[in-house]
Unconditional design. Structure first.
Ligand code: GLA
Length: 402
């Protein structure tokens, strides 16, 4: 899910590169804590190429980490206090004691991602002391690019490196971030966002089996740009609608007597059409079942650089989110159509992320990037008259020291 965004207009199409981000962070760290930081750690946001709302159904997803990150400057403390400064919230501060129960803060939502991760680490019995942290990021907030997952994974990675928690694997860091979000922050997200933030690979998307957490890196052809287009449609109702979709999927799995929708085939579904399952829940299930198949096929198409096949699969994914899962909005549908028209069968485009606004992802041959940008500039504005923001991204590495 995504962190609260104070003002969508403050999004910049050209966020500072990581070097200037970490320089600014080191300065603020020193101002607040009177010494330079001992560690600089980063964790990236992500864009999902295909496989939407499949992760919590034990299914398949194909995201890549992007070159937009949360960065943490940190030093250990000799006591049990964690002191945090958030640059992106006007240098707001938070403090808590790791040797006491860590409370949720109603008045500072951003602080709960840090508190949630630390409280999860403590609950696992890991030996921590206090730390001084300064945090900043350039993952656009409220856009469906997983700024919150990148914050959670960055904080987990920071504590791992400060206190030599070497037994924690990247997958463990992702599971800790997800647990913090599910149990402390209260969003029932799946594992995709945290896992790709922890395990992303430069130049690759990751095909993730969300049941076994096995991953397979799939190279993104160098001639293909990963373009993210922010529709500037604010993601209203996202949490309640997300949780409703999750419940509908669970109800459908129960109806069919399977552990998760991952275990259902299109054939099983078709057999039941118009019978005992209500039509809305049936369509929700059809989205997940067909999306799993599309995701596996898209990984193969990316591997073999089969652009017409990718184009068709991404279009079918979008149509399924629009008609069966009902998580798109008209402005996003329009944006997708406009980009699809430019691409023909030489690239793919679909809405990405949880839905109800946010971003569209497109795989665009490099020679078509300017034409697509021009078409968006002349042919799209949000219902509130805002222009789309275009980010041409690189598939980046997962969390680690900077
Ligand atoms: C959000 C959640 C993910 C996933 C996507 C939809 O990003 O955090 O776990 O469910 O929505 O694919």
């Amino acid at each position: 899910m995504s962190r609260q965004q104070p003002n969508q207009d403050s999004l910049s199409p050209l966020p500072p590169p990581p070097q200037s981000l970490s320089d600014a962070l080191a300065l603020v760290f020193e101002k607040h804590f009177q010494a330079p930081p001992e560690r600089l750690v980063q964790a990236p946001g992500r864009v999902n190429l295909i496989g939407e709302h499949t992760d919590y159904n034990d299914g398949f997803v194909l995201p890549c980490a992007i070159n937009f990150q949360t960065v943490v400057a940190a030093s250990p403390r000799a006591d049990d206090w964690v002191h945090v400064v958030a640059l992106d919230f006007n240098e707001a501060v938070d403090q808590f004691d790791v040797s006491m129960p860590i409370q949720y803060r109603e008045d500072a939502p951003w602080a709960n991602y840090v508190r949630g991760v630390v409280s999860t680490l403590v609950a696992k019995g890991l030996r921590l002391r206090g730390a001084n942290l300064a945090i900043s990021g350039n993952v656009p907030q409220g856009a469906g690019l997983s700024s919150s997952a990148s914050l959670e994974v960055a904080v987990a990675q920071t504590f791992k490196s400060l206190f030599q928690l070497d037994t924690l694997s990247p997958t463990d860091l992702a599971l800790i971030g997800q647990q913090a979000e599910n149990q402390f922050v209260g969003c029932q997200c799946g594992i995709m966002d945290q896992l790709i933030s922890a395990r992303g690979q430069t130049g690759h998307a990751l095909l993730i089996d969300c049941r076994s957490l096995d991953t397979e890196a799939v190279s993104i052809p160098t001639g293909l740009a990963v373009m993210i287009v922010h529709s500037r449609v604010e993601r209203g109702l996202v949490e309640s609608e997300y949780n409703t979709r999750r419940q509908q999927c669970e109800a459908a799995a129960k109806h069919f007597g399977v552990q998760a929708l991952r275990d259902l085939s299109v054939f099983d579904l078709e057999q039941n059409r118009g019978q005992s399952l209500d039509p809305i829940t049936w369509r929700r299930a059809r989205h997940v079942v067909t999306e799993n198949a599309r995701t596996l096929a898209a990984a193969e198409a990316l591997r073999t650089q089969d652009l017409p096949q990718l184009s068709q699969l991404m279009a079918a994914s979008h149509a399924s989110m629009r008609d069966d899962f009902e998580i798109t909005v008209p402005a996003i549908d329009q944006l997708v159509d406009l980009i699809a028209e430019q691409l023909g069968d030489q690239g793919g485009v679909r809405m990405t992320g949880g839905g109800f606004g946010g971003c569209v992802v497109a795989l665009v041959p490099l020679e078509k990037v300017s034409a697509v940008e021009a078409a968006i500039a002349s042919g799209y504005q949000s219902p509130r008259g805002k222009r789309a923001l275009v980010y041409v991204c690189q598939a980046a590495a997962g969390a680690g020291p900077l």
